[in-house]
Each structure stands twice: as structure tokens, then as C-alpha cells.
Design a protein around this ligand. Structure first.
Ligand code: NDP
Length: 614
């Protein structure tokens, strides 16, 4: 049977040879599969140990603290800030943020590379816009504005007053005798907290490719999350990188970060060599300013409405209008509409999968055609084409990235899926060719699949001396992605085992903040000393999330990346760590809203020491 499909009139009209396409996708994936998976990456150490340091903070000297607070929040990114804000709104004022960086902001404190911006729309990505009165400048806001918004939240809710900045937590331990957490830091603090909320972030610790010889490179080098403007010139607002005018610069990586900074490097450097292993898919961006007059017409409660509208449409649901109208909602609506058009009443899984694949084939064909329409050199254009399904890797949206390869000094060095061969004192080898460099930039991403304690940078020791890294060694165990049995009065904030809305992470965080505020207020009102999820409730929740048949973003047919455990099988551990509520984010947000407002807090046990005393 012929597998040649002809596209519908309203889409790309070139015929797609489905079999040939699948064969190409498989061949491109197979080229990239490697036995070491996640182990191919190394932690910055030795010559690169300073990649973990904070180049932006002023030196800070202070005496260690030995006091007690009601709630300690570890991590001053949006997870910590929205939790702090919701607690403050609920009247819990004794809140302390503890943050390793010199200011709040998390990812937006660290990532100051030129061109950094969030490609989820500001109207939904920036939390608490109504509460703080901020009007985003553009549909997609630059990193420095997002960092400014993080500072605005901290100021607005008084979270700076009691904050400890430039302070890394080194250990967290439950003290059974006093029902308090003991928090130790690299500044010698040993404080106590009744509750601890952890918002240490999913993309927190920079990682480096374990390329042979990497530590021998004698030129200048840095990771994108510690951009060295001293060396490059320019600044986070995008001023030209004028100090690179006589420099040969190499960059390893072509993920979402590299896509944003490469246009600036291509304009600034004498010569830019982009070492590519897998091209990203680059769809249109279409950024535009937000008119304050239009913004002023929004009715109170608008942000929640926009959040739910985006979450609904992005996860294949129906709504009367698309308020955000971006690449994310476009992807899912195309798939959904195609399913309806193709499948009609025939809602079999095979028919649905076929419709999904048709829609994806169309989209990716468009994306590859876009490369040809922009990149002048045909060989470069060919190498920039992504051969995989769009959601196998983080989809990118940009209107200057592909254009950057038309700059005279910009060279794409495609490694045909193999990656950089080796590095020596003066440069990089690919395919036996040596590229001499003054500066090598690592756009190689962040630790995702490693142990929780390695990613957070400290161990959490709960009741009976049990360590969180051991309890989670075979995968995350929680209720709502927030509570862990054996770790009373601890909240772990993140998308997994909860809403798991990956396209708008902050939505998950704001919901968690509201839940934490409700539980904490209730415990304080009741005079409870301990709040803990029962083992039965946790087991039931884990069984529920394990029953999920929702598609993972990346599956084993995908080209490897952190979405699919670098191409290694997604075992139970990986599934537990990456899965969410079976009925999807919108259902989860509705469920958790009802759960916290019911006042029953089903699954949690509130205990008071006085009541327990003989
Ligand atoms: P990624 O992990 O996405 O990308 C790392 C890059 O390094 C990949 O292109 C990878 O290639 C490449 N690489 C790794 N090892 C080698 C090697 N040996 N030789 C050559 N290339 C190599 O990191 P990013 O920092 O780009 O992005 C991380 C995440 O941060 C994103 O996925 C996104 O979630 C978030 N982000 C969000 C933004 C936003 O707008 N909201 C903007 C920027 C980042 P390969 O693909 O083959 O593995």
C-alpha cells in the first residue's frame, strides 16, 4: 500500500512520503543513541569549578544565624517567590527565603546571556501580574525584565526583609525531638524552621559535555548560565558584544539557550563556530509590544482566566477563544483539529495516532521549509533541518536564529549527530578538523536526570534518618508532587506528580504556593506541630499517577535528549519522576483547587505534640 499522503489544501501542499520520513527519523535517532546516556555529561569541576560560582554578586560578610522561623523557603526563584507571596497573603509573615545567588530570580538571576528571554507568553508566564500591577513590555519578555519581576514580587510581599541571599543550603535535617527542620548552610548558619518549602528548580545546575580533553582548553571559556560580559563586552539588554570583534568564538550546543544567544554572537564575533549535534526546530516568534491601554481594559481575575485558557488549549482541550495565541497553543490545536477532521467518529487509538502523526508531519515539513527560505547557503540550510517529531525536543521559536547563519563570520560545524570529537589547548576537533578558538562557550544545558540531592546540592534527612535521595532512588514518591511520607512539614515544589504543565512551569508553582499557604495556615490555626501525608494516601497517589496513559513528551522513537532520558529506556524511575496527574494539567488544577478549599486536606495528618503527650 502506498504511504504517500497528500496534504490538505490549507497546509503545505508538497506530498509527504511517510515511510521515507520515518526511515529518516529513525536513522537520525540511531546516529545519536549512545550507551552512556546521561553519563555523557560531567559536573563542572577542576578548571571549570568556577562555573558554579556566582559572578554577579557582591561579596557578603555576615555572622551565622541560629534562630527559628515559621517557614523557610529554599530557593528564591519563582517557586520560592510565589510560595512566599501566597503565605504572606495568608497572614504567615515569618517567612525566610534562602537563596544561593546574590538575589532572587532563580533561572532568571543566573541566565543573563544576550538574547535570553522566555518563550512562554509573559501574560501567563510572569506570576502574580495582577497582584503586583506590572504590565509586561512585550508578548515575550526579555530575561532582565523577568528578573526585575522576580525582584518586584520579593519587594511587594516583603520577602527581602528576612531573606538570606548568597547562602547555599548544605543540609536539611528533621529533628524529631522538637518537630523542627534544622537547616545548615555554607555560611555556618544552623537555623530551625517549622515548615520548609523546597523550590530548587528543575534546571538549576549547569552541566558540561564529557568531551575528551575538555579540561585542557587553555583559551577563555564559560557556561551560558554564567555569561562573561567582562570578556565579551555588551550587556544583558542586548548591546553589541564589542569585545569579540577580533575573537574566534566557538559554542557547543544548539538547544533553546544557544538559539537565543547565537544571533548576538554571530553579529559580535570576528568568527563564530557553532558546533551542532542536533538542530533545534525553529518556528516563528512574532513578538510584539503590549499596549498599556489594552492591558488596562482587562477585567479583575483575568490572569487566572488566561492561565486556564492556555493550559486547556495547550493540552488538547476546547475553549471559545485562544487568548494567548502562540506556538504552544498552535501545536496542540493543530493536532486536535486534525484528529477531529481525520478521525470523525472513529476514535480508536490507532486512528488518533495517525491523525497526530499527519499533523506533526505537516508542521515539521513547514519548519524544514522555513530553514530553506531563510538560510542562504544550501549546505548550511540542510544541516539546520530537524528530523524528528516536534515534541521530541524542546520546540524553539525565533525570528533571528536562522538568519544568523547569513552573517559573514558565522559557521555551522555540523557533527552529524556525533558531537564534538575532542578538545585540546587551542580548540575543538570535529571530523578530524581542528578549529582554533580564543573562546569556547558551553551551551550544554543543565542536570535533569540525576539524583534530587545532586541537583539541589544538599541532602534532606527526614524522620528516622531516612534520606530523600534514597527514598526516591527508584523514583519520586509523593502525594500531589508536594508531600512525602517520612518528611513532615516539608513541601517539595515542582511540576512532577502534580499538574506537570511543562509549557508554563510557573502555573504549576503558583498553584503549589496557594496549596502550601492553605495547609500552613490551617496547621497554625489548629496549633498542629506536624503535618504529614499518610503512607496510604501517598501510595494511592503514586498508583494513580502511574496509571497515566498520557503520552510522554519524548518517547523511545525520538532523537535523544533530556525529554526522553537521553534515548535510554524510560524505566519506572524515570516515569515516576516525569509524570503528572493522569487526566492532565487542567483537571489537576481543578482537583487541587477543590482539595485545598474543601478544608478536609484529605491524605494529610495534622498532629500536635501536646495532644500526643501522655
Ligand atoms: P539543552 O540541554 O536543551 O541543550 C544542550 C545542547 O548541547 C544540545 O543542543 C546538545 O545536543 C548539545 N550538546 C551536548 N553535548 C554535546 C557534545 N558533546 N557535542 C555537541 N553538542 C553537544 O540546554 P539549554 O540550555 O539550551 O536549554 C535547557 C532548557 O532551558 C530548555 O530545554 C528549556 O526548557 C529551558 N530554556 C527555556 C527558555 C525559554 O524561553 N523559556 C530559553 C532557554 C532555555 P543534543 O540536542 O544532540 O543533545
Amino acid at each position: 500500500m502506498s504511504t504517500t499522503d497528500t496534504h490538505r489544501a490549507n497546509s503545505v501542499v508538497t506530498p509527504i512520503d511517510r515511510e521515507a520520513l520515518q526511515a529518516r527519523y529513525r536513522a537520525e535517532r540511531d546516529k545519536r543513541l549512545r550507551p552512556d546516556g546521561n553519563e555523557q555529561y560531567v559536573e563542572p569541576a577542576g578548571r571549570f569549578a568556577h562555573f558554579l560560582e556566582d559572578p554577579y554578586a557582591e561579596p557578603l560578610d555576615r555572622e551565622p544565624l541560629f534562630d527559628e522561623v515559621t517557614v523557610a523557603i529554599i530557593g528564591g526563584g519563582f517557586a520560592g517567590l510565589v510560595t512566599g507571596a501566597r503565605l504572606t497573603q495568608a497572614g504567615v509573615s515569618d517567612v525566610r527565603l534562602i537563596e544561593g545567588g546574590g538575589d532572587v530570580g532563580g533561572a532568571w538571576y543566573w541566565n543573563r546571556y544576550p538574547g535570553a528571554m522566555c518563550d512562554t507568553a509573559a501574560m501567563i508566564y510572569l506570576p502574580l501580574l495582577e497582584e503586583t500591577g506590572h504590565v509586561p513590555s512585550q508578548k515575550y519578555t526579555p530575561a532582565n525584565e523577568i528578573f526585575g519581576h522576580a525582584q518586584r514580587i520579593a519587594k511587594h510581599f516583603g520577602l527581602y526583609d528576612n531573606a538570606l541571599l548568597s547562602t547555599e543550603v548544605t543540609g536539611l535535617e528533621w529533628d524529631e525531638g522538637s518537630s523542627r527542620w534544622i537547616i545548615r548552610t555554607d555560611r555556618g548558619d544552623e537555623m530551625r524552621a517549622m515548615f520548609v518549602s523546597m523550590g530548587t528548580g528543575p534546571l538549576h545546575r549547569p552541566k558540561l559535555p564529557g568531551i575528551p580533553g575538555i579540561e585542557t582548553f587553555a583559551g577563555h571559556s564559560f557556561h551560558t548560565s554564567r555569561w562573561d560580559y567582562e570578556y565579551t563586552g555588551g550587556d544583558p539588554t542586548g548591546s553589541p558584544l564589542e569585545r569579540l570583534a577580533d575573537k574566534r568564538v566557538g559554542i557547543i550546543g544548539t538547544g533553546a539557550t544557544a538559539v537565543q544567544c547565537i544571533p548576538h554572537l554571530a553579529r559580535g564575533a570576528a568568527e563564530l563556530y557553532v558546533f551542532q549535534r542536533t538542530p533545534s526546530s525553529i518556528d516563528v516568534r512574532n513578538n510584539h509590544p503590549i499596549e498599556p491601554e489594552w492591558f488596562a481594559t482587562l477585567e479583575p481575575g483575568w490572569q487566572r482566566k488566561w492561565l486556564m485558557n492556555f493550559a486547556t488549549l495547550q493540552t488538547g482541550g476546547f475553549a471559545d477563544e485562544d487568548l494567548v495565541k502562540d506556538g504552544w497553543t498552535d501545536i496542540s490545536q493543530r493536532i486536535r483539529d486534525r484528529v477531529i477532521a481525520d478521525v470523525g467518529a472513529d476514535f480508536t487509538p490507532e486512528a488518533m495516532m495517525r491523525a497526530y502523526e499527519d499533523s506533526d508531519d505537516e508542521k515539521m515539513t513547514e519548519i524544514r521549509a522555513r530553514v530553506d527560505s531563510i538560510v542562504e547557503d544550501p549546505a548550511t540550510a540542510d544541516a539546520l533541518k530537524p528530523w524528528y517529531r516536534q515534541l521530541c525536543k524542546r520546540p524553539c521559536f525565533h525570528d533571528e536564529y536562522l538568519q544568523a547563519y547569513n552573517e559573514p563570520g558565522a559557521h555551522l560545524v555540523d557533527t552529524d549527530g556525533k558531537g564534538v570529537e575532542r578538545i585540546d589547548e587551542t580548540g575543538v576537533f570535529v571530523g578530524g578538523v581542528h578549529y582554533e578558538l580564543d573562546c569556547l562557550i558551553f551551551a550544554s544545558g543543565f542536570e535533569v536526570g540525576t539524583d534530587y540531592s545532586r541537583r539541589s546540592g544538599f541532602e534532606t534527612v527526614g524522620r528516622g534518618g531516612h534520606r530523600l535521595s534514597e527514598v526516591w532512588a527508584d523514583g519520586m514518591q509523593s502525594m500531589h508532587g508536594l508531600h512525602v511520607h517520612g518528611f513532615p512539614n516539608l513541601y517539595v515544589v515542582g511540576p512532577s506528580q502534580g499538574g506537570n504543565l511543562i509549557s508554563n512551569i510557573t502555573h504549576n508553582l503558583t498553584e503549589a504556593g496557594s496549596t502550601i499557604a492553605a495547609i500552613t495556615s490551617r496547621a497554625l490555626e489548629m496549633g498542629a506541630d506536624e503535618v504529614e501525608v499518610t503512607i496510604e494516601a501517598q501510595q494511592a497517589w503514586v498508583a494513580l499517577v502511574e496509571s497515566s496513559t498520557r503520552m510522554f513528551l519524548g518517547n523511545s522513537d525520538c532523537t535523544p535528549g533530556y525529554y526522553n532520558n537521553e534515548g535510554k529506556e524510560m524505566g519506572r524511575r524515570e516515569r515516576l519522576n516525569a509524570t503528572g496527574y493522569p487526566e492532565g494539567p487542567v483537571a489537576y488544577f481543578q482537583y487541587i483547587d477543590a482539595w485545598r478549599n474543601s478544608g478536609d486536606f484529605e491524605g494529610l495528618e495534622f498532629r500536635s505534640r501536646a495532644a500526643a503527650a501522655p
